[in-house]
Design a binder for this molecule. Sequence first.
Ligand SMILES: [Zn+2]
Length: 308
Amino acid sequence: MKKYTVFVMTFLLTVGSFFSTASAKEGAVQNQTENMEISEALSQPAETQTLNVEENDYIPILMYHHFKTEDVPSGDGANMSIDEFEEHLKALQEAGYTTLFLSDLNHVLQNVQTEKQMGITDPGLHLDGKYIIITIDDGYRSNYELAYPLLQKYDMKASISVITSRIHHGYIHSSNEIEKMSWENLNEMQQSGLVEIFSHTYDHEPVGDRLFTDFRSSVLKGEEMLEKELEMRSPVKVLTYPNGNYTNQTQVLMRSMLGYDLQLTTNSGVVNRNTSILEIPRITVNSGWTGQQLLEKIEQTAKKTFES
Ligand SMILES: [Zn+2]
């Protein structure tokens, strides 16, 4: 039987929070006071105050793609210089963020669901600190050669979704596409405990440009290849939609027929207690953002999510 990894939850859900909203609220208040003294917050002008207690109850998911050793023009959501990526990791760490895996997120969202089913009127994520998820799409070789060493350096985690037809044993050079990682790279990274691998479908053809049955077979084939080639599998099943495209039909069928725990989109937002597992939002990180700008974008996206 295939060995499954057990990703240790690096944070504590408030014990007993399923049964007592009061204890959850106390935990959340404590979190806020740790970040900033209340008196300090109150003394600031309204527009620079931190989010209120409820609005701190969120997990941002960042989306990256390909990394380059040279500079990349600003505003590119698909390419970034590796120096900028390092600046982002540093800024996140200095801001007190701890990285989680998508399997951790699934656990958190399941608990929210349980609370809702139990009729708890004020369900929440009940985080005991600042958590963030780094996702990297497509499976570029630069993820292994440039980003992975930085994940090791800062001891930070990433969840990578690969286009499985582009992954081979060893590297295949093709003039019309950016080089992808090998199965050996993926297995090595997963062994480190810092990386989880998921499917970005077999061929990256987005739903909407093709028949649903063709999309479904690309999803199935993608998952089959991961099952065959990866030595370890995450305990959760995640589908990252090519180009972020999805429909109501795919949302329902990927869940009911194919058993996906989480469906990742490119919709802008942060994960909170109202997030659907069929429609997980992310933040597209652009080249040119400084570490400080990244932190501001996260906060702005959170505000927009809670306002909508
Ligand atoms: Zn993609």
